[in-house]
Design a protein around this ligand. Structure first.
Ligand code: NAG
Ligand code: NAG
Ligand code: NAG
Ligand code: NAG
Ligand code: NAG
Length: 266
């Protein structure tokens, strides 16, 4: 049931594509999938057979056609594909049967990032990821050693944070970070999601929605009673929202990565 919402969030992502994250800006030999290709990239990461570059195929940058033969094409080695697939949790654990109604969903602030690329193992990409805020959990940013060693990382970390207790603003974040090494190359897989919500706003949307079938005067009373009830039952309401948002953040991180890069997994 949550699936449509997760798809919505993938679409949100594409609109607000994280401009500042361009790994090719620190190392132009990094291989990126075509769908993520950016300025200064020179190498295409392929999930399938290379294109025949003697054919007249062009990539367009700012409206200018550049013949494909000027780009390197690298097919993802099955070793990477298999290892990544084994390490990333399966979608089925995260296809939940509870979801947020649209009116509640709209009151959330959601930020997400997805990335998949192949780099020379000698370049220091982790610090770059960290600097660009692509990773969202303090746990992973500060204690990467727990999940990473000798250039490989295997992390799926989630945490909840009270952003502002008096204003009732909470945030739930999930980071998926996989780094797999093979033959001097490192494959990076990143998926991060952060959902922020304000308890008062959620309660407000919930009560407006719940009371909308009533006529004006009854509607007013209904909203007042509803908000009183939420205030009275504050702890359990917050607990319930937090539990769902937490699950939602984790599910989105896994689901969105597996959807977007399905061709690069086994
Ligand atoms: C691309 O490379 C040029 C020349 O090295 C540099 O000036 C420019 O800032 C780079 N663009 C990005 C987005 O990294
Ligand atoms: C690539 O295309 C050229 C001309 O279109 C053709 O002669 C050649 O056999 C093709 N190569 C492959 C590997 O398909
Ligand atoms: C990541 O960035 C944070 C500050 O944003 C810093 O405290 C931390 O040491 C960095 N981690 C690594 C491994 O560089
Ligand atoms: C927390 O929220 C209150 C009330 O909205 C505001 O006055 C305060 O500046 C906020 N604190 C922080 C640290 O953002
Ligand atoms: C990685 O970079 C080093 C130093 O630039 C180079 O010697 C090595 O061949 C590169 N490895 C691969 C697999 O491209």
């Amino acid at each position: 049931m949550i699936l449509p919402l997760l798809i919505v969030s993938v679409l949100l992502l594409n609109e607000s594509e994280c401009q500042e994250f361009n790994p090719c800006s620190i190392d132009d030999s990094i291989c990126m999938p075509l769908e993520d290709f950016q300025e200064n990239c020179t190498c295409i990461l392929l999930s399938d057979k290379p294109f025949n570059s003697s054919d007249e195929i062009f990539l367009y940058f700012s409206g200018y056609p550049i013949p494909l033969k000027y780009f390197k094409q690298v097919e993802l080695d099955p070793f990477f594909r298999d290892k990544l697939d084994v390490r990333i949790p399966r979608k089925d654990f995260y296809s939940v049967d509870e979801y947020f109604p649209e009116h509640i969903f709209k009151s959330f602030e959601i930020e997400e990032n997805l990335a998949l690329f192949l780099a020379n193992s000698s370049s220091d990409i982790f610090s770059f990821l960290n600097e660009t805020q692509l990773l969202r959990t303090a746990q992973l940013r500060q204690f990467a050693d727990k999940w990473c060693s000798e250039g490989e990382c295997n992390a799926f970390v989630y945490e909840s944070t009270v952003r502002n207790r008096s204003a009732g603003v909470y945030s739930h974040a999930a980071d998926l970070l996989q780094i797999v090494q093979f033959n001097g190359l490192s494959l990076f897989a990143v998926s991060s999601v952060e959902v922020r919500f304000n308890v008062a706003k959620v309660a407000y949307s919930h009560c407006r929605y719940k009371c909308s079938p009533f006529y004006y005067s009854e509607n007013d009373l209904c909203i007042r009673l509803c908000e009183q009830r939420v205030a009275f039952d504050h702890i359990s309401v917050i607990g319930e929202i937090k539990r769902k948002v937490d699950f939602f953040a984790r599910s989105s991180a896994i689901y969105n990565f597996r959807e977007k890069y399905a061709n690069y997994l086994s």
